[in-house]
Write a protein that binds this ligand. Structure first.
Ligand SMILES: [Zn+2]
Length: 181
């Protein structure tokens, strides 16, 4: 038999598990976020249906990610850190930042919930990560909050937002062809 606070914690964990599953989380991610064991998730399989497949590992992925993937990762992690800074718990901050991200992009999201979880773990140094590997810092050129390797000095040359802005500018030859000075 459990007391009231244990009961409340279990209800909170189940509600969090359901939210994560609705955002596309796999069972391993839900287990790491909520502490609920596999058999408990199976017990509530009519309410909580995790996605299938292998969870991603992000530390190497980020360095080979596309520009748009790095921008979306940066926005997600900046919001995650912002909510944590306001005093929300880490799991709640992740769920809310991912929910906001998905509401903005709909079906065009490039970052899965499992990937966002992995990024958050390696940015905060928690859950599956013993220490942080990433940091979110403002770019000195455009001031956007960018995700980068921990310890790297922010520079516009590495900032995905600056790169996107530069790619939107016509190249010099195209500018000359069009008579643009
Ligand atoms: Zn920048």
């Amino acid at each position: 038999m459990c007391n009231a606070s244990t009961f409340d914690r279990r209800i909170d964990a189940l509600a969090l598990a359901r939210d994560c599953a609705l955002l596309g989380a796999r069972a391993r991610t839900i287990h790491l976020l909520t502490g609920l064991a596999d058999r408990e998730l199976k017990q509530y399989s009519h309410l909580i249906q995790p996605a299938q497949g292998r969870a991603p590992d992000t530390r190497d992925w980020y360095h080979t990610a596309t520009l748009h993937e790095r921008i979306e990762s940066s926005i997600l992690m900046a919001n995650f850190q912002y909510l944590r800074g306001l005093g929300f718990g880490a799991a709640q901050s992740l769920v809310e930042s991912y929910r906001f991200y998905r509401s903005c992009l709909g079906g065009r999201c490039r970052i899965s919930f499992d990937r966002a979880f992995d990024l958050a773990a390696h940015t905060a140094g928690m859950w599956l990560a013993h220490c942080p590997s990433f940091q979110v810092l403002p770019c000195p050129a455009c001031r956007a909050q960018g995700l980068q390797t921990l310890g790297a000095v922010p520079a516009g040359s590495r900032c995905p937002f600056c790169k996107l802005a530069a790619s939107a500018q016509p190249r010099p030859r195209a500018r000359r062809r069009r008579g643009v000075r």
